[in-house]
Ligand binder design. Structure first.
Ligand code: KIV
Length: 263
């Protein structure tokens, strides 16, 4: 991407072209991702694929700030969004205090918050205090324990209407874009049509305003499980394992280091 996106250019993209969002957790991958992504998300999914935990719930604000700094160092020209982790936006004051920490201690351009109508007052409080907010509706990974698993949303009329109301409430509260996760494709399409801000889908079909994937899923590096909506653009885990095995066997047989790698 030639130039860092702004809130205005992100919002103007709706209806003009599809937006590309990819997660990153470190400087190395952020630099590789920067050229392909309009927005880089420092997702709390890092708690699973980076830290090896079972879900995102134990991610901390310190952890998110550490990884956001790494990502911003690697991708200086990118619009970076930081996930507010579980428990850091339980009320307006906590949310603002913690979001201010993200803005003071990193170069992040925005924060992301999970929830719909129930979080609209918090989104409004943040946006009216200078914090740009990306919403996140549909399947909410931070609710995995209370919901007893990852459940696809928009399966009936009631859920579909709720999602449209959630998106409108978040938009009215000042969010500049909304991630929609794990929602039936035809419902996600209606949600995207019902708001003026871009709706970025993950596991929510093609008829939205852009897509987001977790980089370690799309590069085939995360082997624990592969959700149906993930397309692997690289067989990363096997390529890495083959390279490592090659190195190990060359060390063992003395083929590495050879003359060209010796001072
Ligand atoms: O944490 C994350 O990576 C996310 C994406 C799944 C959207 O929230």
């Amino acid at each position: 991407m030639a130039k860092k996106m702004s809130i205005t250019s992100i919002m103007k993209a709706k209806g003009a072209r599809a937006l590309v969002m990819i997660t990153a957790y470190d400087a190395l991958f952020a630099k590789l991702i920067e050229t392909s992504a309009d927005m880089i998300l420092v997702g709390d999914s890092l708690n699973m694929s980076f830290a090896g935990r079972e879900d995102t719930l134990s991610a901390t604000l310190d952890q998110m700030i550490y990884h956001t700094n790494a990502v911003c160092n690697g991708a200086k020209e990118s619009f970076v969004i930081t996930d507010m982790p579980f428990g850091t936006y339980i009320n307006k004051d906590e949310a603002l205090k913690n979001a201010i920490r993200v803005f003071r201690e990193t170069n992040s351009s925005a924060v992301k918050i999970e929830g719909g109508m129930d979080k609209a007052d918090i989104v409004k409080y943040l946006t009216s205090n200078g914090i740009a907010v990306c919403g996140h509706i549909g399947l909410l990974p931070q609710s995995v324990r209370s919901e007893g698993g990852y459940k696809v949303k928009g399966r009936n009329d009631h859920e579909a209407l709720q999602l449209i109301e959630d998106a409108r409430a978040i938009e009215d509260a000042g969010a500049f874009c909304i991630v929609i996760e794990g929602v039936k494709a035809h419902v996600a399409c209606e949600v995207a049509k019902s708001v003026k801000v871009p709706v970025i889908g993950i596991g929510s079909g093609a008829s939205v305003d852009g897509q987001v994937l977790v980089f370690s899923d799309m590069l085939g590096l995360f082997e624990e499980f592969t959700p149906k909506f993930v397309k692997k653009y690289l067989d990363g885990a096997n390529l890495v394992k083959e390279a490592l095995a090659c190195y190990a066997s060359e060390v063992k047989c003395g083929a590495f280091p050879s003359e060209e790698h010796v001072y």
